[in-house]
Write a protein that binds this ligand. Sequence first.
Ligand code: NDP
Length: 500
Amino acid sequence: MMDERLTTNFGKPVDNDLNAMTAGEGGPVLIQDVHLVEKLAHFNRERIPERVVHAKGAGAFGYFEVTHDLSGYTCADFLSQVGRRTGVFARFSTVGGEKGSADSERDPRGFAVKFYTAEGNFDMVGNNTPVFFIRDAIKFPDFIHTQKRNPATNLKDPDMFWDFLSLTPESIHQVTILFSDRGTPRNYRQMNGYAGHTFMWYNSRGGHNWAKLHFKTEQGISNFTAEEADRMKGIDPDCATRDLSEAIARGDFPSWRVEVQIMTPEQAKSFRFDPFDVTKVWPHGEFPVRPLGRMVLDRNPENYFADVEQAAFSPGNLVPGFGPSYDKMFQARIFGYHDTHRHRLGPNYHLIPVNSARGVRTSNYQRDGAMRVDGNGGGGPNYWPNTLGGPDPVPSKAIPPIDVTGAADRHAIVLKDSDFAQAGDLYRKVMTDTDRDHLISNIVGHLGKALKRIQLRQAALFWKADPEYGRRVAEGLGLETGEVERLAGMDQEDRVSATS
Ligand code: NDP
């Protein structure tokens, strides 16, 4: 129920909201019009920094329900019992576009879920693709710059886009998914979500395994073709935001099966490639998915800014039973997300209701800071250790120790398997003829706008994934196929010098 009385921010009734107070009928405006000054000053401060990535998004509340008992693998309280329900907030987004950009742009889609568990918030901060373009976060700012705007023209720039990707061969798997029709999902309900990263799952006996979470849409996958996606940018640039909100409003609640792949530490040690490399999937044939639960979104936010714009997810928000793994991107994201939220929302962003833990009291010795709007610890001690009744650490909730060895150095992931094998498998074994036709035409349409030497370098990478794939891209671009084959036969360093 809306309030009937219009007041200032400090509760004083406002007598008139049509006319500013002036000295005389035509006279200058008076600064004593506190309501006018407050209204204009607040308006000037309405915008907060836009997310540097994932700026355009939509979100909804719902629940996660455990359907299968995997409590032998993880002591996570929220997974401890079949039938147990945990409240969630999910946010879906595009990645590269600004806050007003079109929902149907070709882009990975963010797929982030905050689980409000009784042992704190667990955030799954994934995408609609199981892999990523790079596996070391030191490349992340460069990569994102190339997907954004040219610093001189402020235009999206195919040369920047493909120059970087063709210099980054580990991106080929994700590029192949991005340029398939899965790069333009029809809406947020009809796509899968993947944590991508590997979590440590540990149990109450101190044993651990490695785990990958998958969210499979129960609405069925549905994608736009490139033509449909382009058309939709004009017809309804907010089509996915609208679709999610309208479906929930009419009671058609979207849902996802939540599944997990599990790898033992022994399997990880002897696996043929680095299982923590986020540019690769764990093949289903070797690591079958196991059912775990179901997520349903059944409540729209009442206010977009309050709940969606201010929502802040972090891969660092783990709960007992979940730990980080050796995945280098995961490790860096644990820092990066909290840091960006402190910049965007302030150091006390955890007090914003959508971000606050629910059903558990937060209790520590962090104090003060901008917008501290809870009791700030009251008169309790603000240091530890203390003998004044303040909260103590809980050693029984520690992550089990794991081995690390070796020299501190700038190590590259040792490639026991090529960067190209899984992109090739996807092209050859998973895609249908129609998928392949669309993939080639989507790539040709975009890569065709880049410099010829960059086209040659990138076409050679597609060739390395699969010769037919490379040949078809080369033919579509009007490149000399013999030249692309020759470049594909070189190592990356020679290929780069031949095309620079
Ligand atoms: P499987 O045949 O067991 O699985 C293939 C997977 O590919 C399915 O999960 C399917 O998702 C998904 N898929 C289907 N079409 C596309 C597409 N156009 N773009 C991206 N994904 C698609 O094979 P493997 O596990 O042996 O993996 C083979 C390849 O499948 C991988 O190299 C990878 O590219 C892709 N893949 C693998 C996943 C994994 O975790 N193993 C997850 C997603 C993709 P769905 O059933 O939902 O349609």
